[in-house]
Design a protein around this ligand. Structure first.
Ligand code: NAG
Length: 340
C-alpha cells in the first residue's frame, strides 16, 4: 500500500478516515487486484459524437475463457446505447439485449468481473447528456433498466465511456443521476465507474475531472465513496489516441500523479483503457505502464487493455488471438506479465 507522506496528505487521510466507516473501507480493499482485456464489438458503429451507424459485431465468446486461462480476472464489454435502447426512456431491445446478456454471462461464468460499458462519449446522436441532449432522467432510465438486468455481484457499472467537451459541474449531476438509479434498482453492492472529461484522460485528473466528480455520493453506502471508482484512460502513442502502432512514452509519472491523488483522498480508481501496437516500443512502454498500475494497488485497482473481441488481427492495437490460438505480441509481452 503506497501512501504519499507529507503533511497535506496525512491531514487529508485522517479527515477522510474519521468520516468514513471502517467497515466499508475494509470491504473496498477486499476487491482483488484486477487485470484483463476489453472485448469489443457491441459498441462498433458508435462514434465520438454519440452517433450510431448500427454496425455492431458480437464478439467471439471463446475469448473469455482464453484470456481467463492466461490470468485475466476482469473483462470490459463495451456496448452502444442506441442498440440497447432504441428510444430514449423506452424499454431495452429484447433481441439485442439477449445477445449482449448471453455474452456477459459467458464472461461471468469464467469467474471474472465484467464491466458493462455504455460506449457513447456522454452523448447520443450528437447531444450531450444533461447538456442539451438526453436528459439526466433519460440517462437514469437507461441505468435503472441495466442495473435490474445485470445484477450479478461481479458486474461493474461503467456508466459512460470517454466523456469529452462538456461542462464538468453539470456532468457530475448526470453521473449522480445514474448512480442513484442503479442503487434505486436494488444493485447496491456493485462498483460504479465514474469517468471524467477529455476522453476520461488520466492526465491532470484532479484538476480536469476529480474536483468535480468528488461531490458524487453513494446512496447505498452512506458516508463512503469506496464503491464509486474513478475511471481513467491513457494511450501511449504520439497522438495520445490509441491509433498508431508505435508507443513513445510510458507515462508512469502521469499514472503516479493519479495514484497519489487516489491515496491522498482515500479514493479508488481503474484504468479501463490503454493499449498499444504489436511493436517493441509498445511492449516496452505499455509494459512499464501496466507494471506501475499493478504496483499501485489497492487504490489503483488495475486495468483492462484495448482491445480484443471483434477486432481482426490486422487492427493496430489488436489483442485478438490468432486463428491458431496464439496471442499477439502486445498481449504476451506487456499485458500477460502484469495480470493479477
Ligand atoms: C496504424 O498505424 C500506422 C503506423 O503507426 C499509422 O500510419 C496508421 O494511420 C494507423 N492506422 C489507423 C487506422 O490509425
Amino acid at each position: 500500500m503506497k501512501y504519499t507522506t507529507g503533511l497535506i496528505g496525512t491531514v487529508l487521510s485522517l479527515a477522510v478516515f474519521a468520516s468514513a466507516s471502517p467497515l466499508t473501507t475494509r470491504q473496498a480493499s477486499s476487491i482483488p487486484r484486477l487485470g484483463g482485456v476489453n472485448i469489443a464489438g457491441f459498441d462498433f458503429g458508435i462514434d465520438t459524437n454519440g452517433g450510431s451507424s448500427g454496425g455492431y459485431v458480437p464478439p467471439p465468446t471463446s475469448q473469455f475463457a482464453h484470456f481467463q486461462s492466461k490470468g485475466a480476472n476482469i473483462f470490459r464489454v463495451p456496448v452502444g446505447w442506441q442498440y440497447l435502447q432504441p428510444s430514449l426512456g423506452g424499454s431495452l431491445d429484447s433481441n439485442f439485449l439477449s445477445q449482449y446478456q448471453n455474452t456477459v454471462n459467458v464472461a461471468l461464468a469464467t469467474g471474472a468481473y465484467v464491466i458493462v460499458d455504455v460506449h457513447n462519449y456522454a452523448r447520443r446522436d450528437g447531444g450531450i447528456i444533461g447538456q442539451g441532449g438526453p436528459s439526466n432522467d433519460q440517462f437514469a432510465n437507461l441505468w435503472s433498466q441495466l442495473a435490474s438486468t445485470f445484477n450479478n455481484p461481479k458486474i461493474i457499472y461503467g456508466i459512460m465511456n470517454e466523456p469529452h467537451d462538456l461542462d464538468m459541474t453539470q456532468w457530475a449531476q448526470s453521473v449522480q443521476a445514474a448512480v442513484n438509479a442503479i442503487r434505486s434498482a436494488g444493485s447496491t453492492s456493485q462498483y460504479i465507474l465514474m469517468p471524467g472529461t477529455n476522453y476520461a484522460s488520466v492526465d491532470q485528473f484532479q484538476q480536469n475531472s476529480g474536483q468535480y466528480l468528488q461531490v458524487v455520493t453513494d446512496p447505498a453506502h452512506s458516508g463512503s465513496t469506496d464503491y464509486l471508482l474513478y475511471d481513467v484512460h491513457r494511450y501511449l502513442d504520439a497522438n495520445y489516441a490509441g491509433q498508431l502502432q508505435e508507443c513513445v512514452r510510458d507515462d508512469v509519472a502521469v499514472f503516479t500523479a493519479f495514484a497519489d491523488y487516489l491515496n491522498q483522498n482515500n479514493r479508488y480508481g481503474i484504468l479501463s483503457e490503454t493499449g498499444g501496437g504489436n511493436t517493441q516500443s509498445c511492449v516496452q512502454y505499455l509494459g512499464n505502464a501496466l507494471s506501475y498500475v499493478k504496483s499501485a494497488y489497492p487504490h489503483f485497482l488495475g486495468f483492462t487493455t484495448w482491445a480484443a473481441g471483434s477486432f481482426d488481427t490486422s487492427y493496430n492495437l489488436t489483442e485478438t488471438p490468432n486463428a491458431d490460438g496464439s496471442d499477439q505480441l502486445i498481449f504476451t509481452g506487456a499485458v500477460q506479465p502484469n495480470l493479477p
